[in-house]
Design a protein around this ligand. Structure first.
Ligand code: PLP
Length: 428
C-alpha cells in the first residue's frame, strides 16, 4: 500500500467517504502534499500538471510568492479583529469598485455560496418578491435557494429536480428554472410569474454546464426583461470574475447586472467572496443604520482572505496575466480539437478564455440538452488516462479545466501530447 492509499483508508474511518466535499469523491482519488505554480505533487512523489486548479480558484498558480508573502506578513498582526474595519478591507473594496463596471459598493464574505445566498436575499428584500429564476445546469452554490436542476440527468430536465435530500420544499418551489440561452423560455416564465420574481441569477458563461457561451443577445435580453418586470439581474461571476477580465465577464460583454457575486479566482485560493452592485441596493444591508436585510459572518474580511485578494488583483492590473492565459486557452482548445480529429472521435471543445473542456459528442454545444449528448463513459476513461500521464483535470463528468498564469506554452504542448495518448488509450 502506498502513502496515498494508506491516507485514503485512514480518512474513510473518520470522514464520511473520506472527503470533505462531495465532488472529491470522484476517481481517481489522489492525495496531494504540495502545489507549486502549475504543478501538484502527490503523497507518493508523483508530479502532475494541474488544470483542476481547485475548481478554478487558483488563477496565478499554487503558492504564488506575492500572495503568500502578503498574507504571511499580514497575519503576523492577527487573522481576525472581528470588529471595526481595516485599511486593507477598504483598499480591497476600492479595487473591486474601480474594476468591476456595475459595482458601486461591495461587501465580502467567505465563499461563493455565501455570496449568492446573500445576493438573492438582498434581491428579495429590495423587491419584496419571493421567486427566483435560475438556469438548468448552472450551479450557483450549495444552499436551498439554488440547488435544483444542477447536474440533471435527462429525466430531470424540465422537471422539478432538487439536487439533495433535506431541501426545504418551499425553497425548491420558489426557484423557477429556465433554459440557458433560451430567452423565450425566460419571457414566458416572466409572463406567468413576472410580479413575483425578485431576481434572475445567471452564470454569464455557463461554465458548470460545462462552458456554454451566451448566445448573442441572451444576456442583453435578460437585462431588458429584468428592466421590464422589476426583477434584479444577478450575474454569478464566481467563476468568470477576475478570471476572464479584471472587471469580470460584464466587462467583456458590456451587460451590467444589478448585483454581482464573485469568488474563486479573486484571491487565488484563499476563501474570499464578494457581493457588489448598485449603491441603492447594497445600502439595504443592515451594515447600514437603516438597512433591513441581514448581512453577517464572523470571518468576513479576515486578513488572510483580504490580503490574498489585494495581492491577486495587483497581479491582474497590467493585463499581462489575461493576455497570457487567453493565448494558452486558444492554443489548448484548438490543439484538443485537432487531437480529437486525428484520433477520429466526435468532439466539441467548450470553454472561454482560460477555460476548456473536451466533450465527446457532435456539436452544437449551446444548450443543456446538448451537454447530455456527451459520452460520459469515454470522458471518465479519458480523464483517468490523463492522470496516468501526469495531467490532472477535474476527474468528474464534464468538469471544466483551468489554465493559470504559471502554465507555459510547453505545459500546454506537453498536455496536448498526453491528451492524444490518453484519448487513443481511452477509445481502445
Ligand atoms: N457560483 C458558481 C458559478 C460556482 O461555480 C460555484 C462553485 O463552484 C459557486 C457559486 C459556489 O461557490 P463555493 O463553492 O465557493 O461556495
Amino acid at each position: 500500500m502506498n502513502a496515498s492509499e494508506a491516507l485514503l483508508e485512514a480518512a474513510a474511518r473518520v470522514i464520511p467517504g473520506g472527503v470533505n466535499t462531495c465532488r472529491r469523491r470522484s476517481e481517481p482519488r489522489l492525495c496531494f502534499r504540495r502545489g507549486s505554480g502549475a504543478y501538484l505533487e502527490d503523497l507518493d512523489g508523483r508530479s502532475f500538471i494541474d488544470y483542476h486548479a481547485a475548481y478554478g480558484a487558483i488563477l496565478l498558480g499554487h503558492s504564488h510568492p506575492a500572495v503568500t508573502a502578503r498574507v504571511a506578513s499580514a497575519i503576523e498582526q492577527t487573522v481576525l479583529f472581528g470588529v471595526g474595519v481595516t485599511e486593507s478591507e477598504v483598499a480591497l473594496a476600492e479595487k473591486i469598485v474601480e474594476h468591476v463596471p456595475s459595482v458601486e459598493q461591495v461587501v465580502v464574505c467567505n465563499s461563493g455560496s455565501e455570496a449568492t445566498y446573500h445576493a438573492i436575499r438582498l434581491a428579495r428584500g429590495v423587491t419584496g418578491r419571493e421567486k427566483l429564476i435560475k438556469f438548468q445546469g448552472c450551479y450557483d452554490g450549495f444552499h436551498d435557494y439554488v440547488l435544483r436542476n444542477v447536474l440533471s440527468r435527462p429525466e430531470g430536465v424540465g422537471a422539478r429536480d432538487p439536487h439533495s435530500a433535506g431541501m426545504l420544499e418551499a425553497a425548491v418551489d420558489a426557484t423557477l428554472v429556465c433554459r440557458y440561452n433560451d430567452l423565450e423560455d425566460v419571457r414566458a416564465t416572466l409572463e406567468r410569474h413576472g410580479e413575483e420574481v425578485a431576481a434572475i441569477i445567471v452564470e454569464p458563461v455557463a461554465h458548470n454546464s460545462p462552458g456554454l457561451l451566451p448566445r448573442p443577445g441572451f444576456l442583453e435580453g435578460l437585462r431588458e426583461l429584468c428592466d421590464a418586470t422589476g426583477a434584479l439581474l444577478i450575474f454569478d461571476e464566481v467563476i468568470t470574475g477576475f478570471r476572464h477580465h479584471i472587471g469580470g465577464y460584464q466587462a467583456v460583454c458590456g451587460v451590467l447586472p444589478d448585483l454581482t457575486t464573485m469568488g474563486k479566482a479573486i484571491a487565488n485560493g484563499f476563501p474570499l467572496a464578494a457581493i457588489g452592485g448598485r449603491r441603492e441596493y447594497l445600502e439595504r444591508l443592515n451594515t447600514t443604520a437603516d438597512g433591513d436585510v441581514h448581512f453577517g459572518g464572523t470571518y468576513n474580511g479576515n486578513a488572510a482572505a483580504v490580503e490574498a485578494g489585494l495581492a491577486t488583483i495587483a497581479q491582474l492590473e497590467d493585463g499581462t496575466v489575461h493576455e497570457h492565459i487567453f493565448a494558452l486557452g486558444e492554443r489548448m482548445r484548438s490543439g484538443l480539437a485537432e487531437v480529437a480529429d486525428r484520433v477520429g472521435v466526435p468532439a466539441v471543445v467548450g470553454g472561454f478564455g482560460s477555460l476548456f473542456v473536451l466533450c465527446f459528442m457532435d456539436g452544437p454545444l449551446e444548450t443543456y440538452e446538448d451537454v447530455l449528448r456527451n459520452d460520459d463513459a469515454l470522458f471518465g476513461r479519458y480523464r483517468r488516462e490523463l492522470v496516468a500521464r501526469g495531467v490532472f483535470e477535474m476527474p468528474e463528468s464534464l468538469g471544466r479545466s483551468h489554465i493559470g498564469a504559471s502554465h507555459t506554452t510547453e505545459d500546454i504542448d506537453r498536455s496536448l501530447e498526453a491528451a492524444e495518448d490518453a484519448l487513443r488509450a481511452a477509445v481502445d
